[in-house]
Design a protein around this ligand. Sequence first.
Ligand SMILES: NC(=O)c1ccc[n+]([C@@H]2O[C@H](COP(=O)([O-])OP(=O)(O)OC[C@H]3O[C@@H](n4cnc5c(N)ncnc54)[C@H](O)[C@@H]3O)[C@@H](O)[C@H]2O)c1
Length: 450
Amino acid sequence: MKISIFGTGYVGLVTGACLADVGHDVICVDINQAKIDGLKQGIIPIYEPGLESVVKSNVAQGNLRFTTSAAEAVQHGEVIFIAVGTPPDEDGSADLQYVMAVGKTIGELMQSYKVVVNKSTVPVGTADKVTAVISQALQQRGFNAEFDVVSNPEFLKEGAAVADFMRPDRIVIGTSSAFAEGVMREVYAPFNRNHEKIIVMDVRSSELTKYAANCMLATKISFMNEMANIAERVGADIENVRKGIGSDPRIGYHFIYAGCGYGGSCFPKDVQALARTAGQYGYESKILNAVEAVNDKQKTKLFELICKHYGASETDTSALKGKTFALWGLAFKPNTDDMREAPSRVLMEALWAAGATVKAYDPEAMDETQRIYGNRADLVLCGTKEAALNGANALIICTEWKNFKAADFSLIKECVADDVLFDGRNLFDPALVSRNGLIYFAIGRADSIK
Ligand SMILES: NC(=O)c1ccc[n+]([C@@H]2O[C@H](COP(=O)([O-])OP(=O)(O)OC[C@H]3O[C@@H](n4cnc5c(N)ncnc54)[C@H](O)[C@@H]3O)[C@@H](O)[C@H]2O)c1
């Protein structure tokens, strides 16, 4: 099938590459000229495992092309995906300006029937808005063409985006048009061979399903962080509690890790946006507001532990002035270079405000860190995790990258002047770290609060 994708970010590029990989004829269009120029030269703008080879092989086979020409993309696609960003507005609701701009462009350029697919995460009612903007643009041209707007939210996880797209748990399609449903079934047929994964529903339920999924996952994390904060006060260990509750199949082991808070481009904005949507309909979502508040607080947790250890306080952080902290992990989670809303940013900014220096290492997010913060004397980007330790007072871990999990404690002890490790991801057994002569602070572990 001929498919066009508007937006060549995490979702658009992965969608385009994977649809091309199963044999569709795909054009990806973006307004970012530099990104498209780079893609044409084989430069992948993001880090996602497996993405580069899928993009390159499909470009070579002629199934996947990149352009900045909306006209070319609209002309090409029988199915047009909208996969542009929906960042938070000033009040936390989803900013639909990019989605609506694409809708308008499609209406201005289309010459024949199109299935327009909202793949961006958009509030309930957005398909109606996109329908209206396309109709209006057609009307202004005095041109009559049929189209359907379908909701098809994306559930891929950054860091495993290609694998998730290739083997989805479910493919949600929101439409009341039998014809559009048939077209979407054809698009996804190659991903639906093993067993039925397509779930067709009305558009509004489909739009809400995406928010419900992300909000449920964010709720699990904030719930566990709340339990962790209780655990450390009552002398319990959240890691034992996690195993104890995860063994109940109604709860399960997935996604119940306590830590230094969730980040990324999805959970923070989607929790906020759904709470705002509820508010617009006259409903105050106490759970979503609490999920957000718990997470905001949790992102300051490591800094609080550091302050406590060094005798600093919220109002007087002078005890941290001149200290150097090795920081392992900058990305908001492993296997990505994405730093949007990353807990590491809240921590680094607090340390800098206190007059401390950060020596940071991340396997993939170094360029992104440099892009965000530029050159500054109190940020040293190190080529290896070991190099970050040299001359540091303490080590802090913010992201659970695989190669941090088996740490060389004797090297850490040798390099880190104050013999202290702050672990925002509960990677280690506290007794083992102590046996290696390090003071260990983690999340929700009684030993950590001493
Ligand atoms: N990142 C994820 O893991 C993920 C997962 C599921 C859903 N989503 C949702 O998917 C959407 C896209 O997210 P993302 O992380 O890929 O965003 P992104 O910021 O990485 O990419 C968006 C891209 O859209 C481009 N763009 C903006 N306006 C355009 C226009 N008029 N024409 C063509 N291109 C345009 C931008 O230049 C950018 O390259 C969001 O709604 C997000 O919530 C994201």
